[in-house]
Design a protein around this ligand. Structure first.
Ligand code: PIF
Length: 393
């Protein structure tokens, strides 16, 4: 697994904390921005950088892979029903890092921006690219000896005044070569409550169906329960693994920010539990340890990454370092550059082609973005591959 890629290992280990705490953004009046844009697609409104956290949506997709040990476990589990239960835990684990993250939003990547993540400890290589700007679409692909993971994410938002709903469109995929499985599932709705006043909090609700397209032996249905003001079932998830005849084989329950259990209490077995949070996480954007590591740029990596890698994005780096004014002016500058590029392309009738992903049409006639398998080949000789590659900023 890409063991021959230089610069994959962090010589002195990964950083345990961010360089600067999150800035105080109590002075931004979100209402002023939003009231002028009621009914508009918010992805077309430029937001102040103070609303951001120093990670982008490509890195967010990578965050969904924090608990890949579950995929490794599934890849070694003979029983298809048990395997499905572990897959369910993986699906739910992808939401866990959002619990403390209602305070800010990720950077919207520029068109053509990329992000790679090599995790030798997880035996995994991840690559993502922003393949469309309007609407924003991010595509990613991760390889390991035990699994392949890919998805493309596009979302719609609905601003309700007090809250905002994010409705994701797209399918997430995992392949486990050890059993020839191909799992597919949808995502649930995310809601950010108290957008304008009070304490912001995040909720996920809706149904997820996990199917194995290579076998109809079992199916899993998960419900992310929508809480209400009086109930104590915040963040609750319930699920069932069913056999071909629709008979329930396993019952699952838990909370997406805490963990998942299989069986019936008190004899239920814990399948997955979230890790502990780093110290002072409230001051540092509510990031988990894994999130803290995502945007780290160690000197050995500088010459190996393509210039489009998110770690080089200047406004995001300034924000990470706590320089809000610089971050704001850089955000404006590179957004303007992108507008100029777009105008030039339109005038010359040039269509932007993503570099590492290609569009395919799936069995349901939906457009999907999948890897074109060129990134890691090119990454083996960075000095040749990236020199003529223009940065997007
Ligand atoms: C800019 O993105 P922002 C806009 O897209 C702008 O239209 C564009 O100009 P152009 C700029 O180039 C962009 O940089 C707006 C929008 C983007 C996301 C995805 O970064 C994450 O300024 C959403 O942001 C997940 O943001 C939210 O989309 C999870 O970043 C919480 O719509 C939104 C989000 C609204 C946030 C509300 C506050 C919640 C804390 O001229 O090219 O069109």
């Amino acid at each position: 697994l890409n063991g021959d890629l230089a610069g994959s290992a962090f010589r002195n280990g990964r950083r345990p904390s961010l360089p600067a705490p999150s800035p105080d953004c109590s002075n931004i009046n979100l209402w002023n921005i939003l009231r002028n844009n009621i009914g508009k697609d918010l992805s077309k409104v430029s937001m102040p950088v103070e609303l951001n956290e120093p990670l982008n949506t490509l890195q967010h997709m990578c965050e969904e892979l924090e608990y890949t040990e579950l995929l490794d476990r599934a890849a070694d589990t003979e029983d298809p029903y048990e395997r499905m239960a572990i897959m369910a835990a993986f699906v739910i684990s992808g939401y866990s890092s959002t619990y403390y993250r209602a305070g800010s939003k990720p950077f919207n990547p520029l068109l053509g921006e990329t992000y790679e993540c090599i995790r030798e400890d997880k035996g995994m290589c991840f690559i993502a690219e922003q393949v469309s700007h309007h609407p924003p679409i991010s595509a990613c692909h991760a390889d390991s000896n035990k699994f392949t993971f890919w998805q493309d994410v596009r979302w719609k938002n609905k601003f309700w005044g007090k809250s905002m709903e994010i409705l994701p469109i797209g399918t997430v995929n995992v392949m486990l070569p050890s059993f020839g499985d191909h799992y597919e599932w949808n995502k649930v709705t995310t809601c950010v409550h108290n957008i304008l006043s009070g304490r912001r909090w995040i909720e996920h609700y809706g149904e997820i169906t996990i199917r194995n397209t290579k076998s109809s032996a079992c199916i899993c249905k998960l419900t992310f329960v929508k809480g209400n003001y009086w109930s104590s079932n915040v963040n609750e998830v319930q699920g069932i693994v069913m056999d071909q005849e629709g008979k329930v084989v396993h019952r699952l329950f838990g909370k997406w920010h805490e963990g998942l259990y299989c069986g019936v209490p008190p004899s239920a077995k814990c399948i997955w539990r979230t890790g502990s949070m780093p110290t002072d996480y409230e001051l540092y954007y509510g990031f988990t340890r894994f999130a803290i590591e995502l945007n780290e740029l160690c000197p050995e990596m500088q010459d190996l990454l393509p210039p489009t890698d998110a770690r080089f994005r200047p406004d995001q780096r300034h924000l990470e370092e706590g320089n809000v004014e610089m971050a704001a002016s850089e955000k404006q500058r590179i957004e303007d550059l992108q507008r100029t590029r777009r105008k030039w392309q339109e005038e010359n009738d040039i269509k932007h082609e993503p570099r590492f992903f290609k569009k395919v049409v799936d069995a349901n006639h939906r457009e999907r973005w999948v890897t074109n398998n060129t990134y890691w080949e090119l990454r083996k000789s960075p000095e040749m591959s990236w020199t003529n590659r223009h940065p997007v900023w």
